[in-house]
Design a protein. Structure first.
Length: 420
C-alpha cells in the first residue's frame, strides 16, 4: 500500500473543488485607485507571490493549457463550472478591465458584464487589501495573452439562473469570516489574513448549507465536498489528531508530516501554492490555525482490540500494506507515510481512509522537497468486509477511532472514485 494516508486538504488553500465553483462576473467598478502599471517590476513580483498564496493556478491553468487561460473543470453539487481566462487577452480574458473592475471582481463578485458565482472565492477575498488587489492586477496584466474562449457553466435548474446570485449575496456575503482560533499577536493577525482571505481555507474546510453558503458558526470544522474530504482544522480538531505547529509547517512546505501526506485537493494546494510560501508566512499561518495559545496534541490511543475481524484485518495488512507502510506502521521516508498516528486512521470519520484504500493515490511530487510513491487502489481486490476489517485493524492498532462497518465501505465505494 504505497501511501494510505489522506490528510486531505489541511490548511486548504484549495479552490478547485469548492461546493459552487468559479466563474465570470457582472459589472461594477471599485473605488477609485490609480491603475497599477504592469511594468512596475516590484509590484509585478509582489503579485506573482500573491498569486501563489491565493492558489490561482488551481482554477485558472490546466495541466496542458496556457498559463491563466482557464478551462479547469470544477464539479459541484450544482453542476460543473470551468475556470475562466484571466490573461490580458481583450476578447476572452481581462485585458480590457481596469484595476477598479479587477478589484470589484475579487471583492464584490462582479465583473464588467456578469455576476460571479459565489465559489470564485470572493466570499473570502472580500477582505483583500487594495494594495494586494493592485499587485495581482499588475502581475496578470503582464502575462502572455491567450485567445482561449471561456466555457459557460453547465448547471442544474434553478442554479443556472445567474441573477439569483444577487439574492445569494444579500443573504450570505459578509465583510469578514468568523475566526476558528483566538489570538492578538502580529503573527496571528498575518496568519488570519493568509488563511481567511488569500488562502481562502474556509472555502473547503468550513461546512456548507443547502445553498452552498459557508456555515460561519463552524469555521474550519471540516467539510466533505470532494472524494477526499477537507478535515476539521480548528485548534481542537488539530489537537485531537496530534498536530503541532511544526507538523503543520512541514505539511504546508513539503506536503508530508508525521501524520500523513497531502492528498486529494490538498496535494494541488501544496504543489501549486503553499510550498512557495515565505517562512514567516508559514509560521503566521500555523499560528492562526492553532491560535496564540496552541492546544497540546492529544496522545495516540491504542485500543488493542481482538476478534476475528481484527485478525483478518491484520492478515490483509501484512499481505498488501506492510511492504510499504511497515509491519509496525512506521512507513518509509520519501516513499510511504506512516500508519501509526496517521490523521485518516485516527479520525472519527473513516471516509477518507476508506476512499484512499479503494482508490489509491497517484505519485506525489512536491517540487524538490519531498515525494511519495504511488499507492495502488484496492477496490478491485478487496471486498467491503476486507476493507472494513483492514481499517479496523489499523484503527485499533494505531488510531483508537470508531469501528468501520461493511455498510460504510459499500457507501463510499458506491460514490465512485476512479481508483488507479
Amino acid at each position: 500500500m504505497a501511501s494510505l494516508a489522506s490528510v486531505a486538504s489541511l490548511a486548504s488553500l484549495a479552490s478547485a473543488a469548492m461546493a459552487l465553483a468559479l466563474l465570470a462576473g457582472c459589472g461594477k467598478g471599485g473605488s477609485g485607485a490609480t491603475a497599477p502599471a504592469a511594468n512596475n517590476k516590484e509590484m509585478v513580483e509582489r503579485g506573482r507571490y500573491l498569486a501563489k498564496l491565493a492558489d490561482c493556478a488551481a482554477c485558472h491553468t490546466t495541466a496542458d493549457g496556457a498559463p491563466w487561460a482557464g478551462g479547469v473543470e470544477l464539479k459541484s453539487p450544482f453542476g460543473t463550472f470551468y475556470g475562466t481566462n484571466i490573461t490580458p487577452d481583450k476578447e476572452h480574458g481581462i485585458g480590457s478591465w481596469s484595476a477598479d473592475e479587477f478589484d470589484a471582481a475579487l471583492r464584490d463578485g462582479v465583473t464588467p458584464d456578469k455576476h460571479l458565482y459565489p465559489a470564485m472565492p470572493y466570499t473570502s477575498y472580500r477582505s483583500l487589501t487594495r494594495a494586494d488587489s493592485d499587485a495581482l492586477y499588475a502581475y496578470f496584466m503582464q502575462a502572455r495573452p491567450a485567445k482561449v474562449a471561456n466555457r459557460e457553466p453547465d448547471l442544474k435548474f434553478p442554479y443556472n439562473m445567474r441573477f439569483g446570485v444577487r439574492f445569494w449575496n444579500m443573504l450570505f456575503l459578509k465583510d469578514e469570516l468568523s475566526d476558528a482560533s483566538a489570538g492578538k499577536s502580529a503573527e496571528w493577525q498575518r496568519g488570519r489574513y493568509l488563511s481567511n482571505t488569500l488562502g481562502h481555507c474556509a472555502e473547503c474546510h468550513t461546512p456548507r448549507g443547502a445553498l452552498g453558503q459557508m456555515d460561519l458558526s463552524r469555521p474550519l470544522a471540516g467539510n466533505r465536498m470532494a472524494r477526499i474530504g477537507a478535515p476539521d482544522i480548528t485548534p481542537a480538531g488539530l489537537s485531537a489528531m496530534g498536530w503541532t505547529q511544526p507538523d503543520l509547517a512541514s505539511l504546508l512546505t513539503t506536503g508530508v508530516a508525521s501524520q500523513g501526506s497531502a492528498t486529494g485537493e490538498m496535494f494541488e494546494v501544496v504543489h501549486l501554492s503553499t510550498q512557495y510560501m515565505a517562512p514567516a508566512d508559514v509560521k503566521a499561518m500555523t499560528t492562526y490555525l492553532m491560535g496564540d495559545q496552541p492546544l497540546a496534541p492529544q496522545p495516540l490511543k491504542v485500543v488493542n482490540a481482538t476478534g476475528a475481524d481484527i485478525d483478518a484485518g491484520r492478515r490483509t495488512y501484512v499481505a498488501v500494506c506492510a511492504g510499504c507502510h511497515g509491519l509496525d506502521g512506521g512507513g518509509k521516508p520519501h516513499a510511504a507515510v506512516a500508519m501509526k498516528g496517521n490523521t485518516s486512521v485516527r479520525s472519527a470519520d473513516a471516509h477518507n481512509l476508506i476512499a484512499v484504500t479503494l482508490d489509491g493515490i497517484r505519485a506525489q511530487h512536491f517540487g524538490e522537497k519531498e515525494s511519495m510513491q504511488e499507492m495502488p487502489g484496492f477496490a478491485g481486490k478487496l471486498s467491503d468486509k476486507e476493507v472494513a476489517d483492514l481499517a479496523n485493524y489499523m484503527r485499533a492498532s494505531w488510531g483508537g477511532a470508531a469501528r468501520v462497518s461493511e455498510a460504510q465501505v459499500q457507501a463510499v465505494r458506491a460514490e465512485g472514485g476512479g481508483g488507479h
